[in-house]
Each structure stands twice: as C-alpha cells, then as structure tokens.
Design a protein. Sequence first.
Length: 184
Amino acid sequence: MKEEETITAEDQKLLLQLARASIAKKLNIDHPAPEIKPGPPFSLNRGAFVTLHKAGRLRGCIGTFSTQNSLKTTVEEMAQAAAFQDPRFPPLRAEELPEVDLEISVLTPMRKIESPEEIEVGRHGIYIAQGFYSGVLLPQVATENHWDRQTFLEQTCLKAGLDRDCWSSKETQIFVFSAQVFGE
C-alpha cells in the first residue's frame, strides 16, 4: 500500500473489532461494534480478505479485490462471508466464535505483469486467470509455507483448478497485488 494509505495500529484494532462484531451480529451474539470515525482509512475503496483461524488452522477466508464500498463495509461483509459462506467449511457456530482468531488483509489494486520475474515472494499476492478459471493466493501464503516463486505460481494455478504449470502459458494472465496484513 502507499505510505499515506498505511493503516495505523489503532485503526487495525478497530477493523478487527468491527469484523468480530459483524460475525457476532449474524450469530445473534451481543458484541458491541466499535465506533468508526468517518474518513480514511475506513472510507477508502479497497479490496480486503478476512481470514478465520481456529487452533492455528484455516477456518474460513473470503475477500474481494474491487469494491464500490468503503473499507469499513467491505470488512464487515467479508467477515460474515468468511464465517458463513466459505464453501470449504460449514458455517461458523456461535460456540466457535471465542476460539477463532481473525486476520485482515487490506489490498492494493491489482496490476497485470508481463513476466513472472516481477513477482516478489513475501510482498506480492498472485491472481491467475485463464478462460473461466481463476485463483488467488495472498502474499502471506507463500511466506508461511516457505515457497519460492515457482512453487507460489504452481500453487496458485492449482487453486484455480488448472495445471500446475499454467502460469507459463501465453493464455494465462498473471496479476500481482500487495496487502497490509494484521490480525488478533
């Protein structure tokens, strides 16, 4: 993200509280939402992913790259989607909420790259598209798994439902983005 758009530690805390309150509201649990001041960073039009972990394991992750909504609204919506709409997991139950840790990735706009050499592992996330297939992996996934650039590309291809070497095809479009990642 650009320096002037960096989200402060205080604002990160508010966004995490907002995400948790949004999930609690859907579960009919009384959990007060924080007071969000108008203006940046909450008013920025930024994509975001919300990730849920339970006992250190993925429990849900959904996000969006582009939005006409404010970051505040995007975080609220993606928190609920990660908790209740990730097709890889059953909907979150009320008794699980205290056991879940939240992580938010606020994204920069995507940009198309011409060469895989432009990918900086640990800095960039990858979005791969070919025909009707597409897949994305956030920047922290490569770091957490100790992947090199090629492995990161291969895993993104597999996530898209394509062959692991699809990234080398002229028919494949590769986009990169950065994220400011923070969690509880």
